[in-house]
Design a binder for this molecule. Sequence first.
Ligand code: GLN
Length: 186
Amino acid sequence: HDVTGILAVQGAFAEHAATLDKLGASWRLLRAAEDFDDSISRVILPGGESTTQGKLLHSTGLFDPIKQHIDAGKPVLGTCAGMILLASKLDNDDNVYFGELDAVVHRNAYGRQLGSFQTVGSFGDIHDLPLVFIRGPYVAHVGPKATVETEVDGHVVGLRQGNILATAFHPELTDDTRVHELFLSL
Ligand code: GLN
């Protein structure tokens, strides 16, 4: 009855499942609308390619149950492409997906040379956190409902809005499980 649904239409869903395994948390891959039932109490939107994920969200019928989950204020963790799916607006793409996160997000924000890099930073109270970026976005504008949790070189790359956690980086690609622990505590 506390099962994390991991969107698994495309992208880095297996890494999130492995992190939840380390923490002993139950999860289910969400590939089709039938996979989303009342046992799903939290949702992870993984990294990957947001345009592809957006199309597959609609063709699988998973968009509506996940949208209702977020509307109800239930916990969601969006990493990288997942942050893009959550944003209320993108400043370099006309698509809007769930539109729940009060932020304008810039896709593929780091140029080609800096597209993938690692650094160390914070997510709120979680400090000395390894941050892995893979052609990630950054937040161009933070609206009043969201709070900044992570900044790297003057760019906002981690946000929280109630039970929504969103990172431009990939906590599932490191051994540090603290962002997932925070998510499981919501
Ligand atoms: N570049 C991808 C996009 O815009 C996001 C990258 C990622 O999730 N690693 O959808």
